[in-house]
Design a protein around this ligand. Structure first.
Ligand code: FPP
Length: 227
């Protein structure tokens, strides 16, 4: 494969429920399949040398879904904390979370913080899971943190350094499977120069072939950053 490997890819994992419905399966089976796909994509990215991945797992708006669905997704996250993320830890991958932790169950939050801490020295890549995340809310929260210091000036640097993704490169690519062509409050600040790839495939069916094709197409696109 050509060399211009993206430093960071953001992924909106969309289409889980439609995938399940078309197969006559339950909604939660769709999310289970989505979670498996996340794990595969982390492996592919690692093998191809993409160091940073940001997954949109649960948006601020997703709180409006049924209590059953919300609690199933939270359970997936909780299981991942005790099992899958432990595996990533051994692969020297750092785990981070973005989103409004205050809305999450306290026990889950504590576990998330523990995993973030335990993996903070890992340096062979970062996986960010956006949970209870909204891009606008992230910016508002960053601005509030800046103005807590009365003498602070509001600058791009000051806001950027108070975002949940601080230290992670802005996404070179944002992939949205599932057929919709919008960002839906994902990485509002960070996406200004991202290359977008909207594909019809539902997330659980996303293939390695499609992933490699996106990276190849990206490496051939000319990015001018406004110049
Ligand atoms: C969007 O598809 C997907 C979600 C709202 C949930 C995705 C969450 C996971 C895959 C779990 C991730 C787990 C960890 C550990 C980070 P949709 O339900 O909106 O599908 P639809 O567009 O077909 O309705």
């Amino acid at each position: 494969m050509k060399t211009n490997i993206p430093k960071c890819i953001g992924i909106i994992m969309d289409g889980n429920r439609r995938w399940a419905r078309e197969k006559g399966l339950s909604t939660v089976a769709g999310h289970e399949a989505g979670y498996k796909k996340l794990q595969e994509v982390v492996n592919w990215a690692h093998e191809l040398g993409v160091k940073n991945l940001i997954f949109y797992a649960f948006s601020s708006e997703n709180w409006n879904r049924s209590p059953k669905e919300v609690s199933y997704i939270m359970n997936l996250v909780e299981n991942a904390l005790g099992d899958y993320f432990e595996k990533l830890k051994e692969k020297n991958i750092r785990i981070r979370f973005a989103g409004d932790k205050k809305r999450l169950p306290e026990k889950l939050c504590l576990k998330m913080e523990e995993v973030e801490k335990k993996t903070s020295e890992n340096n062979d890549g970062t996986v960010v899971a956006c949970i209870s995340y909204g891009g606008r809310q992230e910016i508002v929260s960053a601005v509030n943190k800046v103005i807590e210091n009365k003498n602070a000036e509001i600058t791009e640097e000051a806001i950027g350094s108070n975002l949940d993704t601080y230290g992670i490169p802005d996404p070179d690519i944002i992939i949205r499977p599932g057929g919709e062509r919008r960002l839906s409050n994902f990485l509002t600040w960070q996406s200004i120069y991202s290359e977008f790839f909207f594909i019809p495939t539902y997330w659980p069916d996303f293939s390695r072939e499609e992933f490699e094709k996106i990276i190849k197409e990206y490496s051939e696109r000319e990015r001018r950053f406004g110049q």
